[in-house]
Design a protein around this ligand. Sequence first.
Ligand SMILES: Cc1cc2nc3c(=O)[nH]c(=O)nc-3n(C[C@H](O)[C@H](O)[C@H](O)COP(=O)(O)OP(=O)(O)OC[C@H]3O[C@@H](n4cnc5c(N)ncnc54)[C@H](O)[C@@H]3O)c2cc1C
Length: 588
Amino acid sequence: MTIPVRRFDAVIVGGGGAGLRAALQLSESGLKTAVLSKVFPTRSHTVAAQGGISASLGNVQEDRWEWHMFDTVKGSDWLGDQDAIEFMCRKAPEAVIELEHFGMPFDRLENGKIYQRPFGGHTQNEGEAPVQRACAAADRTGHAMLHTLYQRNVRANTQFFIEWMALDLIRDEDGDVVGVTALEMETGEVYNFHAKGVLFATGGAGRIYAASTNAFINTGDGLGMSVRAGIPLEDMEFWQFHPTGVAGAGVLITEGVRGEGGILLNANGERFMERYAPNLKDLAPRDFVARSMEQEVLEGRGCGPNKDHVLLKLDHLGPDIIKQRLPGIREIAIKFAGVDPIKEPIPVIPTCHYMMGGIPTNYRGEVVIPKGDNPEARVNGFYAAGECACASVHGANRLGTNSLLDLVVFGKSAGDSMVEFIKNEMPTWKPLPANAGQISLDRIARLDNQTGGEEVADVRAAMQRTVQARAAVFRNSENLALGVKEIQEVAERVKRTQIKDKSKVFNTARVEALELENLIEVAVATLISADARKESRGAHAHADYQERDDEVWMKHTLYYGEDRRLTYKPVHTKPLSVEYIAPKVRTF
Ligand SMILES: Cc1cc2nc3c(=O)[nH]c(=O)nc-3n(C[C@H](O)[C@H](O)[C@H](O)COP(=O)(O)OP(=O)(O)OC[C@H]3O[C@@H](n4cnc5c(N)ncnc54)[C@H](O)[C@@H]3O)c2cc1C
């Protein structure tokens, strides 16, 4: 069967912040650029970002990009690549001012400059005092950013394919990427998108956990497609638990609440973060706060009838600040927790929030994999940016507000790299291989023909239960070993999923079955990578190996799907222009 072909200079999979920023760079340079998205671009998860985007603008008090860089390296627990971190922190002020000039409606200070609030782990002068570095549009910063970027792309004539799901990467016999296959959801037809360069900006995969702040569409499709095409995944053991998900509901309460002065309380009404982090208190980095909260619950100081959560108190900020700076949070608390934070505290619990790992890239957004002696050889024609990519700026733990920054800085830089590659190295398209798209047709045919199989929802729930139980905030050898075994059993069940509805038009059951095939790759990678790392670093808190071990483990994990094996590659210890920031013990 011949598959219809669409041809573009550049194809971008993902219409969130990273995809749209990259697309803008390509379209504005005159290249024919397509953006594919499962949902209307402005419904991508970036729209849900609340708290802010970091940049050392120094609008409220003195700040420097070097301090931002230090905080990010320390926040990453020295797993972040220092060249990429320097690149991002140096570019941050320029990136935020560019967004402002694009028309993004930031909140303002009295003097007209962009409003900035404090956020966890962002400090002045090497960890001394919190600094106001997060630029915000109330508690709807991502919403403002995504709409701004979408409008710029409409102006630049980016071509959107909305409700199209990319299924598989197309690599030719040299291993170069020459396109993707995609399903038009409206018709159920599969197309080959032939391109000189492909960028993945497919976002996170928080849906591998049972409790997550992530949207339902965050199913790690870019990672699944990469694994199936032989590309390894980096640092998949590192998942961020956000300290303040609404207990029971999982919906996020931004760290900006604590940035504005909100505090965490245990059942005794004690502000317990003062004990764990005497300097930064409630604004210590997320891995630190999440563990402290779990510790309080484990030691019997949790709140509520089951003593299973803590409280986030903000009534002392007064109704004006809450209504002006945190209106979305108030709405969420009323709807999902049944409390009005103007009067009562919000019940909160650490909830899966962000994937630090992903598709390995350098700070130019080029996907890089080991080849011969080179741990980072470029895969021609393949780029990644945003949450699905691992640049790696966040290392073992991301600082709040550094993701929105990552999207625009690396989206732009990946876009620039693609423009350069397409203009200098790709005068014309490399041919599509003869069997291009076959793997996708086979996957769909398998689903259509499967009989006596498993329900997608049951298998997905089994996966989520396993990951939640075996790879949460605190981990240990026994649990991780069990998790590796259990998740591979679930992976076998994914091969036998079945859908009852075989129709073609807007068949969401088929889409969910295909998404599960991506989620499971992410879940298996997570457990195998986590089980192997015998130390505690950032978000990977291992009860049997409680110390960070820089001697052995200051290295990035690479997971390969074919035989589920791991290799490792060095952390980049050479920044671009400044001195190396040597490891220290992390205290706050
Ligand atoms: C509730 C919440 C609040 C947050 N708040 C903040 C904050 O205040 N500050 C901060 O820095 N970070 C925050 N984060 C993190 C940050 O928002 C995300 O990491 C970031 O927005 C991810 O952007 P992205 O462009 O990589 O992907 P997304 O915005 O998730 O977009 C992914 C895109 O890929 C598309 N896609 C996926 N798979 C396919 C496929 N197979 N085919 C076609 N299209 C596909 C989707 O349709 C979508 O358009 C928050 C995250 C959450 C969940």
